[in-house]
Ligand binder design. Structure first.
Ligand code: 6PG
Length: 246
């Protein structure tokens, strides 16, 4: 089904079905791009099952590792080996054992602060893209994975924070988080995240029911404002949907 905002909502049974559906969509997008593919991963707990699936024999053998580049949509300002580090989690679960090191693009956190990290990552993204301005016809990413926080944040774009309004920069520092973990963050902005062929939200579990209802009611939350220039898809499991109409 498509909601009023032309987001495509796909219902799945449970987190396992959600991870399988996400993996298939990821592979389809990588397959559709004959050249260098760029995937922007996300943090939080939602993508972990997908990451574990990508590490299994049946999926890892279907990924053309040499031509896929892996980025991260937001990072907690902690050391790379800290369990809270978003890219660290993805590296541990599947990237370090399969992806060439040069294809893994973490947000650096060994800097003076989140602003410096943001500038460095912005330069890295612009060098990869080959331009400093995003062209609508040439998306930066093939797929951008996203989650939805309890307050409607996505990436580290928290409600009513200035980072949500950013229209020029690709990456910004966020000195203070709105929800746990309360560590500074570095986040891609709405224009950078939206520059993709597909933005894929994973939303599972009954604890997401309240925020999903608010999202469907069209509240002006960052997770509602995050939109792909291509396709925006919400993969939602039965527990998260609760009584939502199909
Ligand atoms: C982070 C995230 C964040 C996350 C949502 C959902 O660094 O925390 O990138 O935006 O995706 O908070 O988190 P869960 O998947 O844990 O519910």
């Amino acid at each position: 089904m498509a909601d009023d905002n032309q987001r495509k909502v796909i219902r799945v049974a449970d987190p396992a079905a959600l991870a399988a559906a996400a993996a298939e969509r990821l592979l389809a997008r990588i397959g559709a791009n004959r050249g260098r593919a760029a995937i922007c991963l996300t943090g939080g707990s939602s993508p972990k099952q997908l990451y574990r699936l990508l590490a299994t024999d049946s999926y890892r053998s279907r990924i053309p590792w040499d031509r896929v580049h892996w980025f991260i949509g937001d990072e907690r300002f902690v050391a790379p080996n800290d369990p809270l580090n978003n890219m660290g989690v993805a590296r541990d679960i599947f990237l370090d054992s399969h992806a060439p090191a040069a294809n893994i693009h973490p947000i650096p956190t060994d800097t003076a602060g989140p602003e410096e990290s943001a500038h460095r990552y912005e330069h890295e993204l612009q060098a990869f893209y080959g331009a400093r301005e995003l062209e609508p016809a040439r998306p930066l990413f093939d797929v951008v994975l996203m989650g939805v926080g309890p307050d409607g944040h996505t990436a580290s774009l928290f409600p009513d924070y200035p980072a949500v309004e950013e229209t020029t920069r690709w990456v910004v520092g966020v000195p203070k988080a709105h929800v746990e973990p309360f560590v500074p963050r570095v986040t891609l902005t709405l224009p950078a995240l939206g520059s993709c062929r597909e933005m894929l939200f994973e939303v599972a579990g009954s604890e997401k029911r309240t925020i999903l209802t608010r999202l469907f009611a069209d509240e002006n939350l960052p997770a509602k404002r995050a939109r792909s220039t291509g396709e925006t898809v919400l993969l939602v499991d039965r527990a998260a949907l609760g009584g939502e109409p199909s």
